[in-house]
Design a protein around this ligand. Structure first.
Ligand code: CP3
Length: 341
């Protein structure tokens, strides 16, 4: 039994004493303890070494005290396992030297055996569960097929992912083939993560908001829905689409347990669009953690008042930034823990 099960209860829509809290990218560069390991081991060594991945996962639990842990890894281990080379370059971020730009390029891409290619993630989950010792639940995650396609085709981060869109709009057959391969791999991967012990999963559609509402349905949502359908009877599923407020109404009908919201969508609008019945997660502006701790605490109270304490998981509206003082991150988490309606 998990001692602090607030997060799982909120996902099930149960009444809670206070909302649970965690932060996207909570295992990250704002923590000196994380930077110490980053200085010693390169990015994918940290991902592939279960002892390191579990140590990094547990760091924020010990230092900041959120109500859930999220396994340290990356969404880009999926294209890597599909035989698309991925590097992480300092100062640039993800770098894929052989981006997919045609049906011909797809010949090299495979739907792998996830146990063979990504067994190290399952080992990291088992070790992390031991180290968490049932203190808090563990979240597993994957990128949405569209967000993975963005990197696989663009080859690196981008302001507009123009090459990714070009493939979708000029070679839709290739785009859909790649999206389906990513979807099949992701479903097998997330099922393996659940079998290895994660208590919930989150799908990150970080670049869904780059698409028009119509294109979003065609190139992103269709595939996320397949993932939700395949996982929802096995675990709690959270879908976070950055900039995807326009799709909240449909997302609320998908069978997901909760939906992530970014800071550009008000709590009232998110509740209205989703019909008021599904758990929502978010949506503090990550840059607002640069405000003084006393201001953070006031704003967090206001955020919870607006979403309501039930069917709600306090979080940021996107990942925590590397320049956030640790005390400010702690003020965010403490403010939720101190919440009294
Ligand atoms: O939330 C957590 O603490 C778990 C760990 C996690 C990482 N990446 C570790 C990481 C998670 C959930 C991710 C997801 C991820 N990765 C997303 C979706 C979420 C989001 O933020 O939109 C995306 C788009 C990626 C791709 C990716 N990985 C980028 C763009 C970068 C570079 C970021 C940068 O600022 O350099 C990464 C690298 C990465 N993944 C880091 C971390 C902690 C930083 C680099 C490092 O530690 O060496």
């Amino acid at each position: 039994m998990i001692k602090n099960d607030l997060f799982l209860r909120a996902l099930k829509g149960e009444t809670v004493e206070r909302p649970p809290v965690w932060m996207m990218r909570q295992a990250g560069r704002y923590l000196p303890e994380f930077r110490a390991l980053k200085a010693k081991y390169d990015f994918f060594t940290r991902c592939r070494t279960p002892e390191l991945a579990s140590e990094i996962t547990v760091q924020p639990i010990d230092i900041i005290g959120p109500d859930a842990a999220i396994l340290f890894s990356d969404i880009l281990v999926i294209p890597q396992a599909m035989n698309i080379e991925v590097e992480m370059k300092d100062g640039i971020g993800p770098w894929l030297p052989n981006p997919i730009r045609s049906l011909k390029d797809l010949e090299q891409v495979v739907v792998p055996d996830v146990h063979e290619e990504l067994g190290y993630v399952m080992e990291a989950i088992k070790l992390t569960k031991e180290q968490l010792d049932n203190r808090v639940p563990l979240i597993g995650f994957a990128g949405s097929p569209w967000t993975i396609l963005c990197y696989a085709v663009q080859g690196q981060g981008s302001k507009n992912f123009d090459k990714a869109k070009e493939l979708c709009f000029s070679q839709p057959e290739a785009a859909h083939k790649l999206l389906q391969m990513i979807t099949d791999t992701t479903i097998a991967y997330l099922k393996a993560k659940v079998a290895a012990g994660v208590n919930a999963i989150q799908v990150f559609d970080s670049w869904g908001g780059m698409l028009s509402p119509v294109d979003y349905q065609e190139f992103s949502w269709k595939y996320i829905q397949q993932i939700v359908d395949a996982l929802k009877d096995e675990t709690e599923v959270i879908v976070f689409g950055k900039g995807c407020w326009f799709a909240l109404q449909e997302m609320a009908q998908s069978g997901a347990s909760a939906l992530g919201v970014d800071w550009t969508c008000s709590a009232r609008n998110a509740r209205y669009l989703t019909g008021g019945n599904i758990t929502l997660q978010g949506n503090f502006d990550p840059s607002r953690l640069l405000s003084p701790p006393a201001d953070i605490k006031k704003m967090v109270k206001q955020m919870i008042d607006e979403f309501g304490k039930d069917k709600y998981i306090a979080n940021l509206g996107h990942g925590i930034l590397p320049n956030i003082p640790v005390d400010n991150a702690r003020a965010f988490v403490d403010a939720v823990k101190e919440y009294q309606g």
